[in-house]
Design a protein around this ligand. Structure first.
Ligand SMILES: [Zn+2]
Ligand SMILES: [Zn+2]
Length: 378
């Protein structure tokens, strides 16, 4: 049976059926539709006002590659200027290749690129050094979670460095749905309420952030990259992803197979969620060190760096943060003694005085406060 005709231009042969609607489109009509939908997301949400200088978090991966390309197409209509900001986490054997991909994209698209490195921003700490210090077991799962906290901070610093007024990241609908599902499963009302909105207006001293691909499915992001012939870096990070997110991803795949709209329904459900007054978390304050939004005295990034510098990275987040906040800060020292990280864990799993959990079995890691207190998003 020959391929049907494109239902938009009625001239070309259709090259795909849209996963959600089943609409048959040719490659160029699909790309035009995809771009129009991102434009609608940006305009309807008032995400990027005319005159905005937009820092695009660029990792070389498919999502940020597609985001940068689409925004470059839309920039004249939106009246915005773009600046790519890439973060060098200091992950040997992985990041160099990804940064090369970003550099060649920037050159091809004639967009300015700035690379900020963990080592420069965080007193010599690279992700590899953090990994050695956190677990003593090399590339453990919690590295991914720690890295997310530091990457968010690094992107913020990079954006300020280039004079940006806004930050955009490449999170797509599947990423968002996973996060919503995780927050539901953890009963994390505060994150559900905050995570539903399209972007943050920049509370505290943070720059406004948004996710223009929030309603685009992962499949369509890949299709867009295919039809626009975008080259991107697709290797998995050497650090294993957070375990709980993997479970949420599997569950979501099964839900989507039974009900194709499940992904978008989840994203919208968080958007429309209203918390009863009693369930609303107290409004966050600001970090006493950096001024970022924080629910404790220190924000997650400052607490983590403080913990690393004391050789107690696992105490840095969760209830252990209070212990650290009672002590004066130390300066950066990546060569801290790994043995110093042994000590009683402050998570709920080890109230009986066991040593730090998370290094050991899955059971401890799944319920450790250290894990549940962290944002799984960026
Ligand atoms: Zn067409
Ligand atoms: Zn801080």
């Amino acid at each position: 049976m020959p391929a049907p005709t494109c239902s938009s231009c009625h001239a070309a042969r259709a090259a795909l059926r849209r996963p959600r609607s089943g609409q048959a489109l040719c490659g160029s009509c699909f790309c035009a539709t995809f771009e129009a939908e991102v434009l609608h997301t940006v305009l309807a949400g008032h995400l990027l006002p005319p005159g905005a200088v937009v820092a695009v978090g660029a990792s070389g991966g498919k999502d940020s590659t597609v985001l940068a390309h689409v925004l470059r197409e839309l920039a004249p209509r939106l009246g915005i200027t773009l600046h790519l900001v890439a973060v060098d986490e200091g992950i040997g054997g992985y990041r160099d290749a990804a940064l090369e991909a970003v550099s060649s994209q920037a050159a091809r698209w004639e967009l300015p690129l700035t690379i900020v490195a963990y080592a420069d921003l965080f007193g010599g700490w690279t992700m590899d050094a953090v990994a050695r210090s956190t677990a003593g077991s090399g590339r453990s799962r919690s590295c991914c979670t720690f890295c997310g906290v530091l990457r968010r901070r690094a992107l913020e610093e990079g954006a300020r460095l280039v004079g940006a007024s806004h930050i955009v990241t490449g999170h797509n609908a599947d990423d968002m749905a996973e996060t919503v599902l995780m927050n539901f499963l953890r009963g994390d009302a505060g994150r559900l309420a905050r995570g539903g909105v399209l972007g943050s207006a920049g509370e505290g001293c943070a720059l406004p952030r948004c996710r223009p691909l929030q309603f685009a499915s992962q499949k369509e992001v890949v299709l867009y990259a295919h039809f626009r012939r975008l080259r991107y870096f697709s290797e998995e990070c050497v650090y294993a992803p957070e375990a709980f997110r993997g479970h949420a991803r599997d569950l979501l795949k099964r839900l989507e197979a039974a009900r194709p709209s499940a992904v978008l329904d989840l994203v919208h459900s968080a958007e429309r969620l209203a918390l009863a007054p009693a369930a609303r978390p107290p409004p966050p304050g600001t970090c006493s060190r950096c001024g970022a939004l924080a629910s404790h005295t220190l924000c997650q990034a400052c607490a983590l760096l403080d913990g690393l510098n004391r050789g107690l990275p696992r105490l840095a987040i969760g209830k252990g943060r209070r212990v650290l906040e009672d002590k004066p800060p130390l300066s950066g020292n990546p060569s801290s003694d790994p043995a110093a990280s042994q000590g009683p864990c402050t998570c709920e799993q080890s109230r009986d005085g066991a040593t730090l959990c998370g290094d050991g079995g899955d059971r401890a890691e799944a319920t450790c406060v250290l894990q549940s207190d962290l944002s799984p998003t960026e």
